[in-house]
Design a protein around this ligand. Structure first.
Ligand SMILES: [Fe+2]
Ligand SMILES: [Fe+2]
Length: 305
């Protein structure tokens, strides 16, 4: 007789998690969402292919989750004061490891889904996380997991039109997780990941010279009608001041300045992508002009050099 597959538990290490177990866990979280007396049929039908997409994807799928987790473990070791604050929030080391594991798995999962009720992937991921382990872990642990995911894509004040959310002050694990997500690879590899994402989605132009500079630099309607270049600008927009704690600020500064050539090398890489995309001299000139104007307008270091 065939036995039913058991869902992966909260403490299952990422390397032992199977595709089937993740699917089972997501079904549980959907079942537990408030107001869902039964699973939405459309969601059940789509879920296996969404899990498969996540599993094989290299820019925001399982490979990215593993990179974020590895980086988060390094960050935890480098932030003894923040770790102490996590202990004061009644989390023990095993729970902290499990939390960063599941935050790594679930934070971008919704990028592979089409849930209509919650249009933003960080909200969907956070809802799934909040309900995935009900009655298996204490409520404050589930709440922590949801908090780690809900604002993981916050960039900075002029992009998000909002000061650094107080969530990161109250929950240092959420700040460390966001840092791990933003710095899981070196700057040059991170910008390459953005470029690969744009290619995979295939919806936008690499560079649209007709995108009016004013709307470009207002970051209106986040993602709507953007070319790849505007997504790249987000990467440069984040600065050490966009982290609340000294330990996370210092780690971000070190990463953006020194890690494998830092953001300067990432900026040079954009020009390589532009050449590979077949942009002519005039287009490259206006692309550099966008970068220059952006760095000047927001008083950022000029990575074009
Ligand atoms: Fe994300
Ligand atoms: Fe991510």
């Amino acid at each position: 007789m065939q036995t039913k597959p058991k869902p992966a538990g909260f403490f299952t290490p990422i390397e032992e998690l199977t595709e089937h177990e993740l699917l089972y866990r997501l079904l549980i979280s959907l079942q537990n969402l408030p107001g869902s007396t039964e699973l939405n049929e459309e969601e059940i039908i789509k879920l296996p292919s969404e899990v498969y997409e996540y599993w094989r994807n290299s820019d925001h799928g399982l490979a990215h989750s593993k990179q974020v987790l590895a980086r988060a473990l390094i960050i935890l070791r480098s932030c003894p004061n923040l770790l102490r604050l996590c202990y004061m929030r009644c989390l023990d080391p095993i729970e902290i490891t499990a939390l960063i594991t599941w935050a790594s798995i679930l934070h971008d999962f919704a990028r592979f889904t089409q849930y209509k009720t919650l249009p933003i992937h960080q909200l969907v991921g956070s809802e799934l996380a909040r309900h995935a382990f009900i009655e298996e872990v204490e409520d404050h642990v589930s709440k922590n997991l949801a908090e780690m995911i809900i604002r993981h894509d916050y960039c900075c004040e002029f992009v998000d039109r909002e000061q650094l959310p107080t969530l990161f002050i109250k929950n240092p694990l959420a700040e460390m997780f966001r840092l791990a997500d933003k710095t899981s690879l070196s700057p040059v590899d991170e910008i390459t990941r953005y470029n690969n994402t744009g290619k995979r989605l295939g919806k936008a132009k690499f560079f649209d010279p007709d995108f009016p500079m004013e709307s470009r630099l207002q970051f209106n309607g986040r993602y709507e009608g953007w070319d790849y270049l505007n997504h790249f600008l987000l990467f440069f927009a984040i600065q050490p001041k966009d982290w609340f704690f000294g330990e996370t600020r210092d780690l971000y500064r070190e990463w953006q300045e020194k890690c494998e050539g830092g953001k300067s090398k990432a900026c040079a890489k954009i020009l390589e992508f532009a050449a590979a995309e077949g942009l002519d001299g005039d287009q490259i000139y206006s692309l550099v002009n966008v970068l220059d104007s952006f760095f000047k307008k927001f008083n950022l270091p000029n990575y074009v050099g």
